[in-house]
Ligand binder design. Structure first.
Ligand SMILES: [Zn+2]
Length: 79
């Protein structure tokens, strides 16, 4: 995995200009927001980018069958 590829798109607010093409696929809901897989995608909540007016822009993203729908669920699964 490339160093500049976020682990989970939904855990931080991103700068749209700084996103890689691969990350843009995740934002568009064409790949898993967490791992980038394109298999068995399902609704995965929202990811956010900085908006030019200083706010946040929400994107409806998807996750694959292997990734948690909510990032917070992951820590629960680990414990
Ligand atoms: Zn995934």
């Amino acid at each position: 995995m490339a160093p500049d590829t976020p682990t989970d798109l939904r855990t931080e607010v991103h700068d749209l200009i700084a996103l890689t093409p691969e990350t843009r696929l995740r934002l568009a809901g064409l790949a898993c927001a967490r791992c980038g897989s394109t298999e068995s995608l399902r609704p995965g909540g929202h990811a956010y980018t900085h908006s030019p007016d200083g706010g946040r822009l929400g994107w409806t993203v998807k996750v694959c069958a292997n990734c948690p729908v909510h990032p917070s669920q992951e820590s629960e699964l680990r414990s």
